[in-house]
Write a new protein. Structure first.
Length: 303
Protein backbone atom coordinates (compact mmCIF):
# COMPACT_ATOMS: atom_id res chain seq x y z
CA UNK A 1 0.00 0.00 0.00
CA UNK A 2 1.54 3.30 -1.06
CA UNK A 3 0.46 6.88 -0.44
CA UNK A 4 -1.80 8.46 -1.34
CA UNK A 5 -4.63 5.97 -0.78
CA UNK A 6 -8.27 6.97 -0.66
CA UNK A 7 -9.38 4.50 2.00
CA UNK A 8 -13.02 5.54 1.83
CA UNK A 9 -13.06 4.91 -1.92
CA UNK A 10 -11.51 1.46 -1.47
CA UNK A 11 -13.41 0.29 1.60
CA UNK A 12 -16.61 2.31 1.04
CA UNK A 13 -17.83 2.61 4.65
CA UNK A 14 -21.41 3.61 5.42
CA UNK A 15 -21.03 6.94 7.18
CA UNK A 16 -22.59 8.43 9.12
CA UNK A 17 -23.77 5.14 10.56
CA UNK A 18 -27.55 4.68 10.78
CA UNK A 19 -29.52 5.89 13.80
CA UNK A 20 -32.43 3.65 14.73
CA UNK A 21 -35.15 4.51 17.27
CA UNK A 22 -36.36 1.65 19.44
CA UNK A 23 -39.67 1.69 21.31
CA UNK A 24 -38.80 -0.15 24.51
CA UNK A 25 -41.12 -0.23 27.52
CA UNK A 26 -38.35 0.13 30.12
CA UNK A 27 -37.47 3.52 28.62
CA UNK A 28 -40.88 4.62 27.32
CA UNK A 29 -42.62 4.40 30.68
CA UNK A 30 -40.07 6.85 32.05
CA UNK A 31 -40.46 9.23 29.14
CA UNK A 32 -37.02 8.44 27.69
CA UNK A 33 -36.28 7.87 23.98
CA UNK A 34 -33.85 5.08 23.08
CA UNK A 35 -31.76 5.29 19.91
CA UNK A 36 -29.35 2.71 18.53
CA UNK A 37 -26.31 4.13 16.74
CA UNK A 38 -25.58 1.28 14.33
CA UNK A 39 -21.81 1.47 14.03
CA UNK A 40 -21.92 -2.28 13.43
CA UNK A 41 -23.23 -1.48 9.93
CA UNK A 42 -20.34 0.76 8.86
CA UNK A 43 -18.57 -2.00 6.92
CA UNK A 44 -19.52 -5.65 6.27
CA UNK A 45 -15.94 -6.96 6.60
CA UNK A 46 -14.74 -4.86 9.52
CA UNK A 47 -16.75 -6.16 12.51
CA UNK A 48 -18.15 -3.76 15.05
CA UNK A 49 -17.14 -0.14 14.93
CA UNK A 50 -13.53 -0.91 13.97
CA UNK A 51 -13.52 1.39 10.94
CA UNK A 52 -13.36 4.47 13.16
CA UNK A 53 -10.24 3.23 14.95
CA UNK A 54 -8.49 1.59 12.03
CA UNK A 55 -9.02 4.23 9.34
CA UNK A 56 -6.69 6.89 10.81
CA UNK A 57 -4.04 4.25 11.54
CA UNK A 58 -4.30 2.85 8.02
CA UNK A 59 -4.06 6.36 6.59
CA UNK A 60 -0.94 7.04 8.67
CA UNK A 61 0.63 3.77 7.51
CA UNK A 62 -0.08 4.65 3.87
CA UNK A 63 1.37 8.14 4.27
CA UNK A 64 4.54 6.69 5.80
CA UNK A 65 4.89 4.09 3.04
CA UNK A 66 4.60 1.22 5.51
CA UNK A 67 3.65 -2.22 4.20
CA UNK A 68 2.82 -4.25 7.32
CA UNK A 69 0.68 -3.89 10.42
CA UNK A 70 1.21 -5.76 13.69
CA UNK A 71 -1.38 -5.79 16.43
CA UNK A 72 -2.52 -7.78 19.46
CA UNK A 73 -5.65 -9.56 20.60
CA UNK A 74 -7.26 -12.54 22.25
CA UNK A 75 -8.52 -15.64 20.51
CA UNK A 76 -11.92 -14.05 19.75
CA UNK A 77 -10.76 -10.51 19.08
CA UNK A 78 -12.95 -8.47 16.73
CA UNK A 79 -9.99 -6.11 16.37
CA UNK A 80 -7.80 -8.88 14.93
CA UNK A 81 -10.55 -9.83 12.49
CA UNK A 82 -11.01 -6.24 11.37
CA UNK A 83 -7.28 -5.66 10.92
CA UNK A 84 -6.95 -8.85 8.88
CA UNK A 85 -9.92 -7.89 6.69
CA UNK A 86 -8.53 -4.40 6.12
CA UNK A 87 -5.18 -5.90 5.15
CA UNK A 88 -6.83 -8.18 2.62
CA UNK A 89 -8.89 -5.38 1.10
CA UNK A 90 -5.98 -2.96 0.91
CA UNK A 91 -3.20 -5.38 0.02
CA UNK A 92 -1.16 -4.79 3.16
CA UNK A 93 0.45 -7.51 5.28
CA UNK A 94 -0.96 -8.12 8.76
CA UNK A 95 0.46 -9.89 11.80
CA UNK A 96 -1.69 -10.84 14.78
CA UNK A 97 0.00 -11.52 18.11
CA UNK A 98 -2.45 -13.74 19.98
CA UNK A 99 -2.67 -14.17 23.76
CA UNK A 100 -2.07 -17.80 24.80
CA UNK A 101 0.73 -19.96 23.44
CA UNK A 102 -1.32 -23.05 24.30
CA UNK A 103 -3.43 -22.20 21.24
CA UNK A 104 -0.54 -22.61 18.83
CA UNK A 105 -1.03 -26.33 18.28
CA UNK A 106 -4.82 -26.35 18.49
CA UNK A 107 -7.33 -26.03 15.65
CA UNK A 108 -8.16 -22.40 14.95
CA UNK A 109 -11.49 -21.16 16.27
CA UNK A 110 -13.81 -19.48 13.71
CA UNK A 111 -12.52 -15.99 14.57
CA UNK A 112 -8.83 -16.86 14.14
CA UNK A 113 -9.62 -18.99 11.10
CA UNK A 114 -11.20 -15.92 9.50
CA UNK A 115 -8.05 -13.92 10.29
CA UNK A 116 -5.86 -16.58 8.69
CA UNK A 117 -8.12 -16.79 5.64
CA UNK A 118 -7.70 -13.03 5.22
CA UNK A 119 -3.92 -13.48 5.14
CA UNK A 120 -2.99 -12.56 8.71
CA UNK A 121 0.12 -14.24 10.12
CA UNK A 122 -0.79 -15.48 13.59
CA UNK A 123 1.86 -15.53 16.30
CA UNK A 124 0.93 -17.04 19.68
CA UNK A 125 2.73 -15.93 22.85
CA UNK A 126 2.34 -16.96 26.47
CA UNK A 127 0.10 -14.90 28.72
CA UNK A 128 2.91 -13.55 30.90
CA UNK A 129 4.75 -12.21 27.86
CA UNK A 130 1.50 -10.89 26.42
CA UNK A 131 1.02 -8.76 29.55
CA UNK A 132 4.43 -7.25 28.76
CA UNK A 133 3.59 -6.60 25.12
CA UNK A 134 4.45 -2.88 25.43
CA UNK A 135 7.94 -3.57 26.80
CA UNK A 136 10.77 -2.54 24.43
CA UNK A 137 12.31 -6.01 24.79
CA UNK A 138 9.15 -7.75 23.60
CA UNK A 139 8.66 -5.31 20.73
CA UNK A 140 12.30 -5.66 19.69
CA UNK A 141 11.89 -9.44 19.52
CA UNK A 142 8.81 -9.01 17.33
CA UNK A 143 10.74 -6.68 14.99
CA UNK A 144 13.56 -9.25 14.82
CA UNK A 145 11.06 -11.93 13.86
CA UNK A 146 8.82 -10.00 11.45
CA UNK A 147 10.87 -7.04 10.25
CA UNK A 148 9.42 -3.55 9.87
CA UNK A 149 5.78 -2.96 10.79
CA UNK A 150 3.41 -0.30 12.07
CA UNK A 151 2.34 -1.17 15.60
CA UNK A 152 -1.35 -0.86 16.44
CA UNK A 153 -2.22 -1.48 20.11
CA UNK A 154 -4.63 -4.09 21.42
CA UNK A 155 -8.16 -3.08 20.53
CA UNK A 156 -6.80 -0.45 18.15
CA UNK A 157 -6.86 2.20 20.88
CA UNK A 158 -4.25 4.92 20.41
CA UNK A 159 -4.34 8.67 19.89
CA UNK A 160 -5.15 8.29 16.19
CA UNK A 161 -8.06 5.99 17.03
CA UNK A 162 -9.41 8.39 19.64
CA UNK A 163 -9.39 11.21 17.11
CA UNK A 164 -11.15 8.93 14.64
CA UNK A 165 -13.86 8.14 17.21
CA UNK A 166 -14.45 11.84 17.89
CA UNK A 167 -16.48 11.89 14.68
CA UNK A 168 -18.87 9.43 16.34
CA UNK A 169 -19.56 12.02 19.03
CA UNK A 170 -20.02 14.76 16.48
CA UNK A 171 -22.58 12.63 14.63
CA UNK A 172 -24.60 12.35 17.86
CA UNK A 173 -24.35 15.93 19.18
CA UNK A 174 -27.84 16.93 18.10
CA UNK A 175 -29.41 13.49 18.51
CA UNK A 176 -28.99 12.50 22.16
CA UNK A 177 -28.43 13.86 25.65
CA UNK A 178 -26.59 10.75 26.84
CA UNK A 179 -24.57 8.32 24.73
CA UNK A 180 -23.43 4.93 26.01
CA UNK A 181 -20.83 2.51 24.69
CA UNK A 182 -19.39 -0.83 25.80
CA UNK A 183 -15.68 -0.54 26.63
CA UNK A 184 -12.75 -2.88 26.19
CA UNK A 185 -9.67 -0.65 25.85
CA UNK A 186 -11.23 2.83 26.10
CA UNK A 187 -10.44 4.29 22.70
CA UNK A 188 -14.02 4.65 21.52
CA UNK A 189 -15.13 6.29 24.78
CA UNK A 190 -12.19 8.72 24.71
CA UNK A 191 -13.08 9.96 21.25
CA UNK A 192 -16.84 9.79 21.70
CA UNK A 193 -16.79 12.03 24.78
CA UNK A 194 -14.53 14.52 23.04
CA UNK A 195 -16.75 14.67 19.98
CA UNK A 196 -19.99 15.14 21.89
CA UNK A 197 -18.90 18.60 22.98
CA UNK A 198 -20.54 20.76 25.68
CA UNK A 199 -23.84 19.49 27.00
CA UNK A 200 -23.38 15.88 25.97
CA UNK A 201 -22.56 13.07 28.38
CA UNK A 202 -21.04 9.65 27.68
CA UNK A 203 -21.25 6.46 29.74
CA UNK A 204 -18.84 3.57 29.30
CA UNK A 205 -19.75 0.03 30.33
CA UNK A 206 -16.60 -2.09 30.82
CA UNK A 207 -16.97 -5.63 29.49
CA UNK A 208 -13.97 -6.96 31.43
CA UNK A 209 -13.43 -7.25 35.17
CA UNK A 210 -10.37 -7.27 37.41
CA UNK A 211 -9.57 -3.65 38.19
CA UNK A 212 -10.88 -2.53 34.79
CA UNK A 213 -12.66 0.62 36.04
CA UNK A 214 -9.38 2.00 37.36
CA UNK A 215 -7.46 0.78 34.33
CA UNK A 216 -10.02 2.17 31.91
CA UNK A 217 -10.31 5.47 33.76
CA UNK A 218 -6.57 5.95 33.42
CA UNK A 219 -6.55 4.66 29.83
CA UNK A 220 -9.26 7.08 28.67
CA UNK A 221 -7.50 9.96 30.39
CA UNK A 222 -4.18 9.04 28.72
CA UNK A 223 -5.79 8.68 25.31
CA UNK A 224 -7.55 12.03 25.58
CA UNK A 225 -4.33 13.71 26.64
CA UNK A 226 -2.42 12.14 23.73
CA UNK A 227 -5.15 12.85 21.17
CA UNK A 228 -6.49 16.22 22.29
CA UNK A 229 -3.94 17.62 24.72
CA UNK A 230 -6.06 17.08 27.83
CA UNK A 231 -9.49 16.08 29.18
CA UNK A 232 -12.41 16.45 26.80
CA UNK A 233 -16.13 16.09 27.36
CA UNK A 234 -18.24 14.65 30.16
CA UNK A 235 -18.00 10.90 30.71
CA UNK A 236 -18.09 8.20 33.37
CA UNK A 237 -17.78 4.43 33.73
CA UNK A 238 -20.31 1.99 35.21
CA UNK A 239 -18.68 -1.33 36.08
CA UNK A 240 -21.73 -3.29 37.24
CA UNK A 241 -22.48 -5.14 34.02
CA UNK A 242 -19.35 -7.05 32.94
CA UNK A 243 -21.07 -10.29 34.05
CA UNK A 244 -17.82 -11.87 35.17
CA UNK A 245 -15.48 -10.76 32.41
CA UNK A 246 -14.93 -10.72 28.67
CA UNK A 247 -17.22 -13.14 26.80
CA UNK A 248 -18.68 -14.24 30.16
CA UNK A 249 -22.45 -14.44 30.46
CA UNK A 250 -24.94 -14.85 33.26
CA UNK A 251 -28.44 -16.32 33.08
CA UNK A 252 -29.78 -12.81 33.68
CA UNK A 253 -27.84 -11.42 30.73
CA UNK A 254 -28.93 -14.24 28.45
CA UNK A 255 -32.57 -13.81 29.45
CA UNK A 256 -32.37 -10.06 28.86
CA UNK A 257 -30.70 -10.46 25.45
CA UNK A 258 -33.18 -13.14 24.35
CA UNK A 259 -36.14 -10.96 25.35
CA UNK A 260 -34.68 -7.88 23.64
CA UNK A 261 -34.14 -9.86 20.43
CA UNK A 262 -37.71 -11.14 20.50
CA UNK A 263 -39.21 -7.71 21.19
CA UNK A 264 -37.26 -5.86 18.51
CA UNK A 265 -36.30 -8.57 15.97
CA UNK A 266 -32.70 -7.45 16.35
CA UNK A 267 -29.71 -9.78 16.95
CA UNK A 268 -27.88 -8.89 20.17
CA UNK A 269 -24.16 -9.69 20.26
CA UNK A 270 -23.34 -11.00 23.73
CA UNK A 271 -19.78 -9.85 24.55
CA UNK A 272 -20.40 -6.12 24.10
CA UNK A 273 -23.89 -5.17 22.96
CA UNK A 274 -25.92 -7.25 25.44
CA UNK A 275 -23.99 -5.81 28.39
CA UNK A 276 -24.40 -2.28 27.04
CA UNK A 277 -28.16 -2.59 26.57
CA UNK A 278 -28.59 -4.43 29.87
CA UNK A 279 -26.71 -1.69 31.71
CA UNK A 280 -28.70 1.07 30.04
CA UNK A 281 -31.98 -0.65 30.86
CA UNK A 282 -31.05 -0.96 34.54
CA UNK A 283 -30.05 2.72 34.62
CA UNK A 284 -33.38 3.67 33.06
CA UNK A 285 -35.23 1.63 35.67
CA UNK A 286 -33.17 3.35 38.38
CA UNK A 287 -34.34 6.74 37.06
CA UNK A 288 -30.89 7.80 35.88
CA UNK A 289 -32.25 9.62 32.81
CA UNK A 290 -34.46 12.68 32.95
CA UNK A 291 -37.97 12.42 31.55
CA UNK A 292 -38.00 13.86 28.06
CA UNK A 293 -34.35 13.06 27.43
CA UNK A 294 -32.85 10.90 24.66
CA UNK A 295 -30.35 8.11 25.20
CA UNK A 296 -28.26 6.61 22.39
CA UNK A 297 -26.55 3.21 22.58
CA UNK A 298 -23.56 2.81 20.27
CA UNK A 299 -23.79 -0.69 18.80
CA UNK A 300 -20.15 -1.66 18.34
CA UNK A 301 -20.09 -5.42 18.69
CA UNK A 302 -20.28 -8.06 16.02
CA UNK A 303 -21.39 -11.69 16.20
Amino acid sequence: MTAPVDLAAVLRPQLPSPLQEIEDEAFARRGVRLLLKRDDLIHPDLPGNKWRKLEPNLRAAAAAGEHALLTFGGAYSNHLRATAAAGRLLGIATIGVVRGDELAGAPLNPSLARCAADGMRLHFIDRARYRRKDDPEVLAALHDRFGAFRLIPEGGSNSLAARGCAELGRELREAADTVAVACGTGGTLAGLAAGLGPGGHAIGFPVLKGGRPHFLQAAVERLQHAAFGGPRGSWRLDDRFHCGGYARRTPELEAFADAFEQRHCLPVERSYVAKLLYGLTVLAEEGAFARGSTVAAVITGAP
